[in-house]
Structures are given as structure tokens and as C-alpha cells.
Design a protein around this ligand. Structure first.
Ligand code: PMP
Length: 427
């Protein structure tokens, strides 16, 4: 940093806005999968702005689409008028969702998208009780802090949303850890039934779940879990909301939406982050009967704004034109097998799907989380020119989520750095 920016940041921004790295970095330039800081150092980016830069930086097609819109002079959302790009993107997302008769509402963030889903579900079902998974993260609005089971990220405990938590999220350090996948699914379903019968009398609006928990440390449930849970929910008429803020748009490789691994069609899906490749966008797609249930008027000033709409359309075009879903599978498998081959006792588990890969760091020979090793890994990788993230309930899980455009050579470069950094962390 060339001036006292860190001190100025701390003086004027709130203390809970934590920064990564002992010496926080200021990004001044970005191209493809690399970013350059204010000291002129360039890094390979394996975190993509927390999985937001889905196709990398300075992509000509996105820039062109946004510039063309800027040239029209129309920047405001004009929700009171027709917006062609909003209608077209909604049509496309409705079709991609696989939800019959789907409708779409656009917001600017993932928190707003989840808040909207909560409002819709509670209105539709006339109940203010919801279910969420343990260790979840769904945002920082007043509604979504209540359904964020990861308390380290749930800034306010005063939200009036009534929530009960069920198993089905984080598994590595849960009581169900050593069960087979099918026994694990049975245990989660039994827990859901218990909660419905004992804690809520079944009077519940929805269950909201991340198909792979993101902030929670890329925790991966067995395929089929949510189908089994939805069978129980259906018996009560409870809605199922899949939070696809991190798992959507093909990032998990095998499926376009994370929830598709479970062979289930949700009532609503929420999305944000990667759809805009850095532009502010979020939204809800779901059954028309649910989306239409508000009695009063409701819109978001910036939701559906034409700049985000044309940018997001260009992102979706790019993902399909370049078959990035297949690239996520190939590069994900390359990284997973490379990391699984590492014999280092601080690695408790390597898990993931596509380009969402978590490395659980533990005290050697135990399942005790090693917060120290994760903090050290962040510095060791940064010093070698690689940016990664961390997460999990204890902040001990390395999170690897590069842009979906990652090349084979870049995956190898990052892998080599990760292996070296692990060796330096636990020599
Ligand atoms: N849901 C999930 C799964 C997320 O990972 C996040 C952001 N990390 C959100 C919701 C909230 O999105 P935003 O920060 O855009 O409000």
C-alpha cells in the first residue's frame, strides 16, 4: 500500500468489516484470472471475489454489453416502465430453473434475494416459522441473519424471524460424521421429522438450504439428501428454497444448479454473485403461485436495472458458449485429485464438486480444527502469488473457488503453490 489506506479504512469503516491477510491488499488491476495489487504484485485468483467473478476479469463480451447499455444513457431501473432486458433475462432464468410455470424477481444482492424468498414463503404459508440448516450462511439482512446458523456471521441476534435448525449441512465434525451416506440421509430426515413434530407442530413456511454450504466451508451433503427431506416437507405443504448464490450457473460442474444433484425441483431458488461477474445482481426464481402471492405492491429500486441485466445476459451467454460447466468438472477433478494426493497431516479432509473445493485443516492426527494452519496457509499462498479463501464454523477450511474459466496450466500452477504452502505450514 502506498499510503495509510489501512489506517484510514479502520478509522472510517466499522470494526466488523474484517480484512484478509496480515498486510491487507488493495487491488488496482485485474485481467483474466489474475489480479494486481497496489505494490505491483500479481496473484492467481482462486477465490474470485468469493465466487463472484465467475468468468474472470476484464472479459470483453461483458464490457461491450455494459458499455453499449451505458451509451443509451439509460441507467436507472425505471421499474415503473417496461425493461426489455429484464423480461428477457427473467424468461431465460425461468426456463433454466426447471421449475414449472416459473417467475423471477430481481434484486441487487443475495441477502435481498433470500429475504424476498422468506417474505414470499411466510406470506404464502401464513406462518413466520422457517427451517434452516446448521452452519448455514444466507446473508446479512435483518431476515437472513436469523437463518444464518453460522453464528460468527450472524451479526444481529434480534431478528424476529422464528427459525429452527436441522442437520444436513456441515458433516465433518457433526455427530453423524462416520455414518454411511444413506444412514446419514436417514439421520437428517429423522432430525427434520423431530423438529417438525416437537419444535414447530409442522406450522412452518419453508426450509432454506445451500446445496453446498459456502461460507460454512464448502460442506458437501450426499446426493439425494434434499430429495429425501423434500418428501417430508411435501407431506406438510412446506416450501423448499434452494440458496444457489454460490452453487448456481454450472460452478459445481455436473449440474447447472447445485440442487440438481439431489434430483429434486425446489419451490424457489435464490441467486446472486456469479450471475453478474461483479455487477450487483440477485434474485428469486420460483413457482408462479408463490411469486405472485404478495397482496401489496413491491419493487426494488435497483433490482432489474438494465446495466446488471445486460451484463448478466452476457455472462450466461459466455458460460454456455464456452461450455464452462464442463470446464468446472475437468478443472475441479484436477484440483481434487491433486489435493487428495497430498500426504500432510494437517489436511483432515478434501471435499468438493466442480470448482467449489474445501480443505479442512486440523491439528495433526485429530479432527480438531486448526485455525492457526488456515491463517498460515493464507499467508503462505499469498507470498507465493495465489489468493484463496477460508471459511467453516472455526475459520479452518481453505476455500478454493477460482473463476470457471480456469485453464489446466493455471490449475496446476495453483496446485503446486498449495502443495508448497502446505509443506511450509506443517514441515
Ligand atoms: N447466500 C449465500 C449462500 C452466500 O454465500 C451469500 C454471500 N456470501 C449470500 C447468500 C448473501 O449474498 P450477498 O452478500 O450478495 O447479500
Amino acid at each position: 500500500m502506498t499510503d495509510d489506506l489501512l489506517a484510514r479504512h479502520q478509522a472510517v469503516l466499522p470494526s466488523w468489516m474484517s480484512l484478509l491477510y496480515e498486510e491487507p491488499l488493495e487491488i488496482v488491476h485485474a485481467q483474466d484470472r489474475r489480479i494486481t495489487d497496489s505494490n505491483g504484485r500479481t496473484y492467481l485468483d482462486f477465490f474470485a471475489g468469493v465466487l463472484t467473478n465467475s468468468i474472470g476479469y476484464d472479459v470483453a463480451e461483458i464490457g461491450d454489453a455494459v458499455r453499449k447499455q451505458l451509451d443509451t444513457g439509460v441507467l436507472h431501473t425505471s421499474t415503473l416502465y417496461l425493461i426489455r432486458s429484464q423480461v428477457e433475462l427473467a424468461e431465460r432464468i425461468a426456463k433454466l430453473s426447471g421449475i414449472p410455470d416459473a417467475k423471477v424477481f430481481f434484486t441487487s444482492t443475495g441477502s435481498e434475494a433470500n429475504d424476498t424468498a422468506l417474505m414470499l414463503a411466510t406470506q404464502y404459508r401464513r406462518s413466520n416459522q422457517v427451517l434452516a440448516l446448521r452452519n448455514s450462511y444466507h446473508g446479512r439482512s435483518f431476515g437472513t441473519v436469523a437463518i444464518t446458523g453460522n453464528r460468527g456471521w450472524s451479526a444481529s441476534a434480534l431478528s424476529p424471524v422464528k427459525v429452527n435448525y436441522v442437520h444436513g449441512g456441515y458433516r465433518y465434525r457433526s455427530p453423524f460424521r462416520d455414518l454411511s451416506d444413506s444412514a446419514y440421509i436417514d439421520a437428517c430426515v429423522a432430525d427434520l421429522v423431530d423438529v417438525l413434530q416437537i419444535a414447530t407442530s409442522g406450522d412452518v413456511a419453508c426450509l432454506i438450504a445451500e446445496p453446498i454450504q459456502g461460507v460454512g466451508g464448502f460442506s458437501l451433503p450426499p446426493d439425494g439428501l434434499f430429495k429425501a427431506m423434500k418428501e417430508v416437507l411435501d407431506a406438510y405443504g412446506i416450501l423448499f428454497v434452494s440458496d444457489e448464490v454460490q452453487t448456481g450457473w454450472g460452478r459445481t460442474g455436473e449440474h447447472f444448479w447445485g440442487i440438481q444433484a439431489h434430483d429434486v425441483v425446489p419451490d424457489m431458488m435464490t441467486f446472486a454473485k456469479g450471475l453478474g461477474n461483479g455487477l450487483a445482481i440477485g434474485g428469486v426464481v420460483g413457482r408462479a403461485a408463490v411469486l405472485d402471492c404478495f397482496q401489496a405492491q413491491s419493487f426494488s429500486t435497483f433490482g432489474g436495472n438494465p446495466v446488471s441485466m445486460v451484463g448478466a445476459t452476457a455472462v450466461l451467454d459466455y458460460i454456455s458458449d464456452h461450455d464452462l460447466q464442463a470446464n468446472c468438472t475437468a478443472r475441479g477433478n484436477q484440483l481434487l485429485s491433486g489435493l487428495r494426493a497430498v500426504a500432510n497431516p494437517v489436511v483432515g479432509e478434501v471435499r468438493g464438486k466442480g470448482l467449489m473445493i474445501g480443505v479442512e485443516l486440523v491439528e495433526p492426527g485429530t479432527t480438531t480444527p486448526s485455525v492457526r494452519a488456515a491463517a498460515r496457509m493464507l499467508e503462505e499462498t499469498r507470498n507465493r502469488g495465489l489468493l484463496i479463501g477460508k471459511g467453516g464454523l472455526h475459520g479452518n477450511v481453505l476455500r478454493i473457488g477460482p473463476p470457471m474459466t480456469l485453464t489446466e496450466a493455471e490449475a496446476q500452477e495453483g496446485l503446486d503453490i498449495l502443495v508448497d504452502a502446505l509443506a511450509a505450514t506443517h514441515a
